[in-house]
Design a protein around this ligand. Structure first.
Ligand code: MTE
Length: 298
């Protein structure tokens, strides 16, 4: 059996102490209620990055392009109430509350590797639900072939959106089989707490075998369609960022090698890790791309 994060990090001690203290002081205001999530066989047994690392080294251009900008500015984002509009080729289109899409009794912990296209990586203990379970709630019509996602557009609270850094709102897409794959989740928490804003609160996609830019944050819209959806980075620079964006050490980015990666938090002298095909998830996902030229469909 794979370990749950609580077996491998000292945060467990802190959390159980906190739980004890909370029980003793019933009137004390708690900033965030701890989430309970089942461990999953899909989790890696690699040690997760610290909460400090996961929440202070981010890409979330809606809050600026610096790695520390999201931690600095994302606190201003209002994430409650929040609903996700699910539409297109579905039986039950409508506005779904996050609590209904990811009810507490369905939450799973998924400790996944995250590999950014910029050649750094982390291990993150996400909490969430399979995207497939969410799509089943809306009822996917047989005509649907792709799933399109959109991030919130709210320049008042997302200062990056007042500048033409990207073609806002941030958009992404998956083929339907990728979206329905059991590894693909919508995360609503990490390290047993609700998702910090800088990581894409209150609900974000996580597709662990693809470069991190596919894992779109703070989702407000999901659309089932029969056409390949527009994806922000792909549309901006198609020669550098493919629609598939599967992690592949043999297909380099035009401006840098993808053969190795720098593990955040590993220390200055740690050396680089070898990047694995499909970020180490080949056994589970390679069959979806059988017969495809992955140098062409990068
Ligand atoms: N989603 C939105 N809306 N905006 C972004 O700028 N950055 C992507 C992805 N999702 C991004 C986004 C990139 S490049 C990466 S590597 C991951 O989020 C980073 O996720 P993390 O900050 O939670 O580690």
């Amino acid at each position: 059996m794979k370990l749950s994060w609580s077996d491998v990090t000292p945060k467990a001690d802190w959390l159980s102490r906190r739980g004890f203290v909370a029980a003793c002081t019933a009137f004390a205001a708690s900033p965030a209620l701890a989430l309970t999530a089942r461990p999953s066989r899909f989790s890696t047994d690699q040690a997760p990055n610290t909460l400090e690392e996961i929440t202070n080294y981010n890409n979330f251009y809606e809050f600026g392009t610096g790695k520390e900008d999201p931690a600095r500015h994302a606190g201003a984002l209002t994430t409650d109430p929040w609903s996700v509009e699910i539409g297109g080729m579905v039986e039950r289109p409508g506005s779904y509350a996050v609590e209904d899409l990811a009810p507490e009794n369905a939450l799973e912990e998924r400790i996944y590797r995250l590999r950014c296209v910029e050649a750094w990586s982390m291990v993150i203990p996400w909490i969430g639900v399979p995207l497939a379970s969410v799509l089943e709630k809306a009822g996917v019509r047989p005509s649907a072939k792709y799933v399109a996602f959109e991030t919130l557009f709210r320049p008042d609270e997302m200062p990056g959106q007042t500048r033409p850094i990207l073609d806002w709102p941030y958009r992404e897409g998956l083929r339907l089989d990728e979206a329905m794959h059991p590894l693909t989740i919508l995360a609503t928490g990490l390290y047993s707490d609700p998702l910090p804003n800088q990581n894409g609160a209150p609900i974000r996609l996580v597709v662990p075998w693809k470069y991190g830019f596919k894992s779109i944050k703070s989702i407000v819209k999901i659309t089932l369609t029969d056409k390949q959806p527009l994806a922000t980075w792909n549309a901006l620079q198609p020669s550098e960022y493919g629609f598939y964006a599967n992690v592949n050490p043999e297909v380099n980015h035009p401006r840098w090698s993808q053969a190795t990666e720098r593990r955040i938090g590993a220390g200055l002298f740690a050396g680089r890790d070898r990047t694995l095909m499909f970020n180490g998830y080949a056994e589970q996902v390679a069959s979806m791309y059988a017969g495809m030229d992955l140098a062409k469909h990068y």
